[in-house]
Ligand binder design. Structure first.
Ligand code: HSE
Length: 335
């Protein structure tokens, strides 16, 4: 399967490197994947992958028009602009799309899913939620038989890293955030992380898969971690707990509610002790009961792992609705 990768930051470079390093293993697993073309802003930057046998294309839009490409991997980022133009054009031109772009999927996911469904193409975005943890696959496939009553989780690696470092090392907020940025966890604009918008995007996508509601980020009450102080963290510790930024989606008799906020997590809660860049999600299904998934939520390699898993699915011919149900059947969400 011939692939183009648009965007060669931490994630894009890791995708190319993974496909090169694990080529034979992937072939043995039914996925012969070749990166034919790449596009990024700056060709001169040193990267963690070998681009010597890959064609460099200056304009990412051109990738969507190429007859030799079957799948476009979009890791440019941003809800609008080049990423959305590229993905829309790729689907219009008969190419499957794999993306890690939670802002774009949370905002335009329904329109893109409808476009993919109309053209019988795959739109996949496992990497958009919880980095390397295959959370969407669990909801879409493993828990497909369940009515889900709640999804509750630590969905942003940067915030969790910052809160952990503030608690364990007594670091100031800005110093901890600078570390997270240096480690490649944060968004290009880290305000998206610390103000909770990244968590809200991920929650909106999770809620779509869990509850069958269209993502509606604007309707999610969202509070980030800017206001969390050392004093708050010490006070939480004195009560035997900790503070974590959670995305919470629930279905009850009154309907579906979603919110993002910093929450006191007592010792004994399944989300207690989830430290550093780790993400964790508790999912409650009516037959499966409570499921807890956790793992690294941000970083180039872990995100590449999820992207390539989506590519493997496409190569194997495993297809499915992007949000688990036909895009047209997603209900309107008003929260
Ligand atoms: N900035 C995001 C995070 C990256 O910290 O979780 C992964 O989505």
């Amino acid at each position: 399967m011939r692939i183009a990768v648009a965007g060669l930051g931490n994630v894009g470079a890791a995708v190319v490197r993974l496909l090169q390093m694990n080529k034979n293993l992937l072939i043995a697993r039914g996925a012969d994947l070749t990166v034919c073309a790449v596009s990024a802003r700056d060709k001169a930057i040193a990267r963690s992958c070998d681009l010597s046998s890959v064609e460099w294309v200056d304009d990412p839009h051109a990738l969507a028009a190429r007859a030799d490409i079957e799948v476009v991997v979009e890791v440019i980022g941003g809800a609008e602009g080049v990423a959305l133009e590229l993905v829309t054009a790729a689907l219009n031109n008969g190419k499957h799309v794999v993306t890690a772009n939670k802002a774009m999927i949370a905002t335009h996911g329904i329109a893109l899913a409808l476009l993919a469904e109309t053209s019988r193409l795959q739109l996949s975005f496992e990497a958009a939620v919880c980095g390397g943890v295959p959370t969407l696959k669990i909801l879409r496939e493993g828990l497909a038989a369940n009515r889900i009553s709640s999804v509750r989780g630590i969905l942003n690696g940067t915030c969790n890293y910052v809160l952990t470092r503030m608690a364990t090392e007594g670091l100031a907020f800005n110093a901890a955030l600078a570390e997270a940025q240096r480690l490649g966890y944060a968004e290009a604009d880290p305000a998206a992380d610390i103000d909770g918008h990244d968590t809200a995007n991920k929650l909106a996508i999770l809620a779509a898969l869990a509850f069958g509601v269209a993502p509606n980020v604007a309707s999610i009450p969202t509070k980030g971690i800017r206001s969390v102080t050392q004093a708050d963290i010490r006070e939480a510790a004195s009560r035997g707990g900790t503070i974590r930024l959670l995305g919470i989606g629930k279905r009850d008799q009154l309907g579906i509610t979603q919110k993002v906020e910093p929450v006191f997590i007592p010792n004994g809660d399944p989300l207690f002790g989830i430290n550093g860049v780790t993400n964790a999600i508790q999912i409650s299904g009516d037959f499966a009961g409570d499921i807890l998934v956790q793992g690294p939520g941000a970083g180039g390699d872990v995100t590449a792992s999820a992207i390539v898993a989506d590519l493997v699915d496409i190569a194997r011919g495993h297809r499915g609705f992007a949000f688990g149900v036909l895009g047209a059947n997603l209900q309107k969400s008003s929260n």
